[in-house]
Design a protein around this ligand. Structure first.
Ligand SMILES: Cc1cc2nc3c(=O)[nH]c(=O)nc-3n(C[C@H](O)[C@H](O)[C@H](O)COP(=O)(O)OP(=O)(O)OC[C@H]3O[C@@H](n4cnc5c(N)ncnc54)[C@H](O)[C@@H]3O)c2cc1C
Length: 502
């Protein structure tokens, strides 16, 4: 087996699909006997929808729930306007995390990869050539040899611990309680925020029940102690200052503001993604979305590495890019937790921050930051084109008579090289890259783009740039492997119909 993915949450399912698209032999194992019916998250943000679009499956998700052009940054009373974000999806999609996982699992099955439920990774040992993974299946232990192991096994990741990867960060200082329940009398507690005598209660409508979230008044003696219905009822009544009767509890849990990040996302032949690589406060509801973004960044790099055709350092670039992105998420979610804290000392800061948020450019900055739309893998090249390192815009293109888009060309999850102008560009004989001779009427100044399988721009040239052979050669060898370039003018491999020739 080339790759084993431990964990069939959003990170593991997306990663396995990316590996399967690249032709890698992959196994997905999950310790649960079946998917948990309890739903943590309820949203997909713009960046996730952009990524799913680039695999041709966004419509499956968009068909499932409402899109809402408002988001939240710290203050529920002051919603962010998402409509000005620079994206095809200027909204948040309301969809249960469990449904996101079901749809991803279906897609993965279409790609020929089933999930092995009831398979728990309990140990691993790696050497220079592979990883021996110990898996518990129905009380028995099996040892499996794989080339690479991906730990997508959540915040308490066994893979992370057994690989000896550090998880530094800040410990929990406050805890929240969550209950999916019914209100005996729905009029007792309205949806949204209710300020009680000793704190605030947040109520979210769900089909047939409500989700109630509140701060736990004191840290629990044992954070793993299950949250009992009677305890939740008691805390709710205390916070409100009067009794509100709950019934039919479905799911109760506790969460904290701990923020930690793995010090290495890649350790030899072990990689981490999603909550296994980072945990952060739930502010902004981004965990599923960050997990998907990790998986899409990692998938093609791990695939190229497992198939023996990765340029030097490609897998390490996953750590560099996503560790930096993850650190930003930790910082942003922690900032929101601090701003949301109900303490009179913070009132002036909250007031000032609120006024700033009302300024349209600040609103858009925060919206794009929280939705991951502004994520840029910084090329650190002074004066670089602003798209370099960002998710390439979903440009409308013509290939001869055919109309297409960047998102459509990225569906096979391969690098895309676009010849967009009249000037001849060097051409490469690299068989792993889809080359198209296209036109982009919206951006006639563009001459060429190299786009990575995760949709990020690896190279871009405009008609006013000097002949870009060197920069193209560098980008190509960094992301796609050693190129064998023909000089400009000898580009006989592309044609106006845009057929793939390299
Ligand atoms: C109360 C709460 C509310 C949240 N709300 C939101 C929200 O609204 N929006 C949002 O985007 N995010 C939300 N999140 C965060 C989100 O749920 C997580 O960030 C997301 O699930 C991370 O995905 P993952 O695939 O990395 O990990 P997980 O979803 O945790 O999946 C890990 C999988 O690994 C399996 N596993 C664990 N150990 C092993 C093992 N040893 N061997 C094999 N399998 C194993 C588990 O069974 C699980 O299926 C919320 C989280 C909480 C706790």
């Amino acid at each position: 087996m080339q790759v084993m993915v431990a964990g069939a949450g959003p990170a593991g399912l997306m990663l396995a699909a990316e590996l399967a698209l690249a032709g890698v032999e992959v196994a997905v194992v999950d310790r649960l006997p079946q998917r948990s019916p309890f739903c943590r998250g309820f949203t997909l943000n713009a960046r996730s929808l952009e990524l799913l679009d680039r695999r041709g499956i966004a419509d499956r998700f968009l068909a499932e729930g409402p899109t809402v052009p408002y988001g939240m940054f710290a203050d529920p009373g002051r919603p962010l306007d998402l409509s000005a974000m620079d994206t095809d999806h200027p909204y948040v999609l309301g969809i249960a995390q469990t449904r996101v996982e079901e749809l991803l699992e279906q897609w993965l099955a279409e790609l020929g990869v089933p999930v092995s439920w009831g398979h728990e990774v309990i140990d691993l040992e790696q050497d220079g050539a592979g990883v021996d993974v110990t898996v518990r299946v129905g009380g028995e232990q099996e040892r499996r040899r794989v080339d690479y192991l991906a730990g997508c096994d959540g915040s308490r990741s066994v893979v992370r611990k057994r690989a000896g990867i550090g998880f530094p960060g800040t410990a929990a200082t406050t805890y929240g309680l969550l209950a999916d329940v019914e209100l005996a009398n729905p009029a007792d507690l309205p949806f949204g925020m209710t300020d009680g005598e000793h704190g605030t209660v947040f109520v979210l409508p769900r089909p047939g029940y409500v989700r109630i979230v509140l701060d736990e008044p004191a840290p629990p003696a044992d954070r793993d102690e299950p949250v009992r219905p009677a305890y939740f009822q008691q805390v709710l009544n205390e916070v409100l200052g009067h009794p509100v009767q709950l019934r039919n509890p479905r799911w109760l849990t506790r969460f904290s503001d701990a923020a930690r990040q793995a010090d290495r996302y890649v350790a030899g032949r072990v990689v981490l993604a999603g909550d296994a690589a980072h945990i952060h406060p739930p502010a902004g509801a981004v965990g599923v979305n960050v997990a998907l973004a990790d998986a899409v960044n990692l998938g093609w790099k791990l695939a190229a590495t497992a198939l023996g055709r990765a340029p030097d350092g490609l897998l390490d670039s996953y750590h560099h890019e996503r560790h930096e992105a993850g650190a930003r998420v930790l910082q942003t979610t922690r900032a929101q937790m601090i701003l949301a804290r109900r303490h009179p000392d913070l009132d002036p800061v909250r007031d000032l921050f609120g006024k700033l948020t009302d300024l349209p450019p600040v609103n858009t900055y925060l919206a794009e930051l929280a939705a991951g739309v502004s994520t840029r893998y910084d090329p650190r090249i002074p004066g670089a084109h602003p798209w370099l390192g960002t998710l390439a815009p979903n440009l409308k293109l013509t290939l001869g008579e055919r109309h297409t888009s960047v998102a459509e060309l990225l569906r096979p999850a391969r690098p895309v090289f676009l010849h967009l102008g009249d000037r001849a560009l060097p051409s490469s004989a690299d068989g792993g890259v889809d080359t198209h001779h296209a036109r982009c009427p919206e951006h006639a100044e563009l001459e060429g783009m190299l786009i990575r399988p995760d949709g990020h721009t690896a190279w871009i040239s405009t008609t006013t740039d000097p002949q870009p052979t060197d920069s193209l050669s560098t980008a190509w060898s960094t992301w796609c492997g050693a190129p064998a370039f023909s000089p400009p003018g000898l580009d006989e491999h592309t044609d106006q119909l845009g057929q793939r020739r390299t």
